[in-house]
Write a protein that binds this ligand. Sequence first.
Ligand SMILES: NC(=O)c1ccc[n+]([C@@H]2O[C@H](COP(=O)([O-])OP(=O)(O)OC[C@H]3O[C@@H](n4cnc5c(N)ncnc54)[C@H](OP(=O)(O)O)[C@@H]3O)[C@@H](O)[C@H]2O)c1
Length: 325
Amino acid sequence: MKVLLTGANGFVGSHILDSLRARGIATAALLRPGADRSLVAAGDLEVRTGSIADPRSLDAALEGATHVIHCAGCTKAVRTSEFDAVNATGTRNVVEAVNRTRGRVLRLVHISSLSAGGPARADRPAREEDPPRPVSAYGRSKLAGEEAVRGGCEAEAVVVRPPAVYGPRDRAFLPLFKALGSHLRPLFGGGRMDLSLVFVRDLADAVATCLVHPAAPGKTFYAASPEVTTSGGLAAAIGSRMGAWSVPLPLPVALLWPLCAARDGLARVTGRPGVLSRQKYAELRAPGWACDPGRLRRELGFSCATGLEAGLAETLAWYRREGWL
Ligand SMILES: NC(=O)c1ccc[n+]([C@@H]2O[C@H](COP(=O)([O-])OP(=O)(O)OC[C@H]3O[C@@H](n4cnc5c(N)ncnc54)[C@H](OP(=O)(O)O)[C@@H]3O)[C@@H](O)[C@H]2O)c1
């Protein structure tokens, strides 16, 4: 077995790489020229230089590969067209390159997102068989990527949909930790938004399971902790883990819109997208992002077992050790 892993230098991809290495699975990483390698342990990393935007580079990168894990993606952007270029067209390019190997690549595991399925409350979490209802440009682009995989991939295909991912090396939840360190407790959606989460190492192990399990092909799996929290519960858990007192900072939907619009304006000037944006607003105003990981447990025997307390403790320890906090 030889895996080509896209997005290997990103937050999620670097943990997938660790999980594959721990299993002794030979892996090559597709990296763009000049990619930041700070999250990947250099060691014996086999690098294939290329881009999912460049089909010819994908053909060269797939040399000798028998499996592909497609984790590269665009999670924040200045313009919505960037989501489509990476998450939809880029994924289509990966699928077509896999097909050009004429059966040498046996399986493609595609990392999608709960955003492709759409929002759901904890009392009726999203399930794989539900009709998809993405609410953001990001979610629609991830759904288009899934459709390229399901509709066009001639190799065995597995789609993994994580909810919000947290853990060591993550920058998306870092501002929340920093706010709590400054004694402010942001409460998105009044603190009542339902949230499924997944600890990044659990996600990486779920992906490694999907790579080899005989019952995985042709299926989509939500990979999430069975524990569902709320935006307020998450902020409180981080605050208590940090041992920091905090005052609540209510962020009702009405206030979020001008905040997101202002952050978008700044992103257009600096060319650097932020965690808040108008497209993100469509996700922040949803009542919940809960999903049911039951299919993964029943059909592949895999559970994302790290509890929120333990996962936050490890994340916080890592942020402190690395000087991110
Ligand atoms: N983080 C989450 O909470 C979350 C939740 C659900 C789903 N996901 C999905 O998980 C995947 C990884 O997300 P992440 O959080 O790890 O994001 P990330 O840290 O921003 O990593 C994104 C990766 O994609 C690569 N990439 C982007 N455009 C590329 C291109 N044209 N060619 C090759 N590589 C390209 C990036 O490479 P460069 O360094 O060269 O830019 C980077 O390695 C994405 O598909 C995302 O949609 C993430």
